[in-house]
Each structure stands twice: as structure tokens, then as C-alpha cells.
Design a protein around this ligand. Structure first.
Ligand code: PLP
Length: 217
């Protein structure tokens, strides 16, 4: 068996059945994605719109594509027709644009709101006040062609496992709370190659793993 398949199998083996694995293929060639596809992987994540569009055109149509990075408003139109889940939504203008493009395609687009849980200033994500505001507008039908499926978060890049666990667990608590009033909530996207076991132990049900599958970038 090749390395990519072996890596996926090793990760899946230690993953509870309810956790979805998104294979993050950014910067990696189409051939690597095809290899992962051939051993059963269907969810793939990319962080750049142009790269995602190019790869989507060359690969099997039943792949579920996740846009995991920061998304600029003027690029939503390029992925609206096929994207499965947009993870990094952190402002109202972007939600409005996704809604508009979804409407043009006569479909609903699924998104996750990115919540800031890390201490680092560089990480994107909204605070809880904005989250409250957005969900209020959402409940009032402000984005009729968007379905908010849950939250995404990135922990601080630190060797302090306790801190990482605390950050994940805070987002998990928030997710639990909102899940009670929003039955469409399905995904809590937390955890990457370096921290996904901690994320899963703290409530994640969707992990985004790149280098542990495809090798270092
Ligand atoms: C690159 C990336 C990942 C995957 O990172 P690895 O450390 O390679 O697993 C996950 N999430 C986001 C948002 C990313 O940009």
C-alpha cells in the first residue's frame, strides 16, 4: 500500500466513527488527491480559490470540496456552483455574498462560522458578540440561501497541550449551546495534523488534516 493510503488508514483507525476526516490537499498535485480518492477518501480541503477551481475540474465529480482558508468576497462566485462546505466565514458581508451567489445557483450553500479561540493575533475568526449578532440575523432569515452547519476553530500553535485543550473545549461548549436551538448544526471543525487528537478528545467531529496524510509542504 502507498504512503498516502497508509496514512489515511492510520488516522481513520484511531478516529471515532462520527468524526469526518477532511484531507487537506493544498499545494499538493492532483495525482496525490487521486491516490487518496482511489483508497476511498472523498472529503478534500483547499485554502485557495484558484487552486481549488483548477483541481475540481480535473478530479472525480463526487469529491466533496471544502474551502478551509480565508475567503475573499469577490471569489465566492468561482466556487459557489460546487463547493460542499465553506469553513472560514467570519463576517456578515461575506455571508451576504455567499447568500447572493447561492441564490444565483438556485441552491443552498453550507458554511461554518470561524470563531476565534487562539491567543495569537494572526488567526482569523469572530468574537462571541459578532457570533451572537450573526446568528440572530440568520434566525431572522437574513441569509435564506445559506445554511450554517456549525463552527470552525483553530487553536494556538503552541506545545502547551493544556492550553490547546482549553481552547477547543471552549468552542465545543459554544457549539453544544447553539446546537440546542439550531437543529441544522452538524459540524464542529477543529483539529489539524499537530493537534487533532486533542481536538477530538474535546468535542471535534470534523478534522482537517494535511501534512500527516500528504507529507510536509
Ligand atoms: C493547512 C490547513 C490545515 C491542515 O494543516 P496540517 O497541519 O497540514 O494538517 C487545516 N486547516 C486549515 C485552515 C489550514 O489552512
Amino acid at each position: 500500500m502507498n504512503n498516502i493510503c497508509q496514512n489515511i488508514q492510520n488516522i481513520e483507525q484511531n478516529l471515532p466513527g462520527y468524526v469526518s476526516l477532511v484531507a487537506v490537499s493544498k499545494t499538493k498535485p492532483v495525482a496525490d488527491i487521486q491516490t487518496a480518492y482511489d483508497c476511498g477518501q472523498r472529503h478534500f480541503g483547499e485554502n485557495k480559490v484558484q487552486e481549488l477551481v483548477e483541481k475540481e475540474a480535473q478530479l472525480p465529480k463526487d469529491i466533496k470540496w471544502h474551502l478551509i482558508g480565508h475567503l475573499q468576497r469577490n471569489k465566492v462566485k468561482y466556487i459557489a456552483g460546487f463547493v460542499y462546505l465553506i469553513h472560514g466565514v467570519d463576517n456578515i458581508k461575506l455571508l451576504k455574498e455567499i447568500d447572493k451567489q447561492a441564490s444565483k445557483h438556485h441552491k443552498t450553500i453550507n458554511v461554518l462560522l470561524q470563531i476565534k479561540i487562539a491567543q495569537e493575533e494572526t488567526k482569523f475568526g469572530m468574537n462571541e458578540a459578532l457570533l451572537d449578532d450573526i446568528l440572530q440575523q440568520y434566525k431572522n432569515q437574513a441569509f435564506p440561501n445559506v445554511q450554517i452547519k456549525g463552527f470552525m476553530g483553530m487553536a494556538t500553535n503552541t506545545s502547551d497541550k493544556q492550553q490547546v485543550a482549553t481552547e477547543f473545549s471552549r468552542l465545543s461548549g459554544l457549539y453544544e449551546t447553539y446546537s440546542r436551538e439550531l437543529p441544522e448544526f452538524t459540524y464542529l471543525s477543529m483539529g489539524m495534523s499537530g493537534d487533532y487528537p486533542i481536538a477530538v478528545a474535546n468535542g471535534s467531529n470534523m478534522i482537517r488534516v494535511g501534512s500527516a496524510i500528504f507529507g510536509a509542504r
